[in-house]
Design a protein around this ligand. Sequence first.
Ligand code: ADP
Length: 288
Amino acid sequence: MSISIEELSHIYQPGTPSEKIALRNITLEIKTGACIGIAGQTGSGKSTLVQHLNGLLKPTSGRILVNGINVTTGNLSVLRKQVGIVFQCPEQQLFGETVCKDIAFGLSNLGLSGSEIEIRVREALRVVGLEDDLLHKSPFRLSGGQKRRVAIAGILVMRPQILVLDEPAAGLDPQGRRDILDFIGKLHKQSGMTILLVSHSLDDIVRLAERVVILKQGAVAMEGKTRDVLNDLEALENAGMSVPPITILMNRLKKEIPELNDCLLTVEEARNELKRVWKMKTGVNPSC
Ligand code: ADP
């Protein structure tokens, strides 16, 4: 079971003067349990692409199968139980009187008993790393990062098999960004869910996604293992992507120190690699 996207094109307002081709011939295969990054400049088609996965948008041409369900002809309520989409700044859509009511909202049509709803809400709250004592607070009294987690819990409570997060770190301060990305990494490891991480910034994606798709003007410009894609700085620049500064720095250092491994993606990887090469060259363990 997986996501199979075959020659997908999407045109907004076709046949009108405001016609806009948003996606062009996209073909992708996303395996169950993968964590995939979808990156590209603003307007490259990322949101249009992911809105096809739960049938919010229909292909103008091409075909998408999600766990075998054709998003054009299949049962949308079954599809939407399997694919949870967390849109940008989801906390803006919180409205419940309490955190509990907000998280439980999506469950109201599933015919579950009160106790089953409570079990699911507590489970979702725990998964996003929030304490039970928040359940009866107003969501509007929480911090920005906590509100975002509550909004994500409102999707996780439906127990989707596929989770799409559109710009999950947008608008958070640096610590909030790190926290939410760490949380997504843990969620992926612990749940085995298929996760699609959408971002205009590769910084957010590289430490979580094993593969990356780069969109440019609605088409796939690059696709492959994260490390391979990040290694091709020229192609990334052509696709309008800025490369994480640590990757650029380490690529420059490699010209001076050829023993360094290629394509280091995070500060932590770079630190460990520098320590390894230091020890190799001096025989001494670095003290930092
Ligand atoms: P991204 O998520 O990468 O920023 P989008 O998928 O939102 O890109 O947009 C892709 C293209 O489609 C852009 O040129 C955008 O202006 C256009 N677009 C998006 N939504 C609509 C819409 N509802 N009607 C017309 N054009 C749209």
